[in-house]
Write a protein that binds this ligand. Sequence first.
Ligand SMILES: Nc1ncnc2c1ncn2[C@@H]1O[C@H](COP(=O)(O)OP(=O)(O)O)[C@@H](O)[C@H]1O
Ligand SMILES: [Mg+2]
Length: 278
Amino acid sequence: MGNEKIKYKGQEILENLPEILKQRKYHFEIKGLTKSTRDIINQAVQGILDQIGANPLTSFHLFSGLMEALLNAVKANARFVIFKDELLNKLTSSGTALESEAEDLLNVILETEPLRDAMQRYIVPDKIKKTVQRILTLSDKRRSKKGTLSQEEIDFLEMVKARTRAYQLKISLKIEIRTAELYIRLRNDSPIMGLDLQRIRKSRERHAELAREGRSGEFFRPDFLDEKESAGFGIAMIDEGFYNLALDPLECFDIQTSKHATTVYLRYPIEALQKIEF
Ligand SMILES: Nc1ncnc2c1ncn2[C@@H]1O[C@H](COP(=O)(O)OP(=O)(O)O)[C@@H](O)[C@H]1O
Ligand SMILES: [Mg+2]
């Protein structure tokens, strides 16, 4: 059949890249963001961009945006694992619930937005942040074989891996070459928590205001810093990439979230990708 789907794993993707690039639709399932994964994505995306005649400058903006979005997805899934675990610990150790009830209680909390958000404040965000950072650092270290991990570190990574699998947290990246645009859909199986989405929207609006005055870059100046405390720079960087391509990120880049997943849509008009000067 003409539309048969072929699956490749890791390095196989690179080995079969010329064949793969004959397609117009691609679907990647991503587990982490180690150097080798980044390299594979880098080369595959580069191949796709070459196919549509994108120029290297625009490719750079697209690629850095995609990496920011991917890193957010990886971090969010890791954070969700730690968050759930912490919550489960608190529920059982505080005597709030029997171990058998704790899982059910956890699900109720996660399904109920106000409860979930309240719990997010109850569980120390800094600790979660540090743990997520540790996961990323150790994963990279393990993959690059630069340093040896201690048994405790190996066990820790295995625990995270097992939980991620148990909670069925995945990251999916779809790329499609459409008639007039390159369409990218990135989904991770964890929600944007608490007030973050509102903060992101407000922050993006602010960035857009500056862009309308032709000074989007000023958004990154220190005097704007305190406003972005919990809405990082990543999303702003993706927006900035669109501004640099003379595109409106509020039109081309959308973030949706639900109880179970967060989806990022990035759309790049092919014409804009092919344009030579800016
Ligand atoms: N894919 C995602 N899934 C869940 N939450 C997300 C996702 N992307 C962003 N977020 C939330 O939005 C916040 C802001 O993201 P970003 O601007 O990239 O800053 P940073 O990653 O430095 O925190 C993140 O801290 C996170 O809470
Ligand atoms: Mg980020």
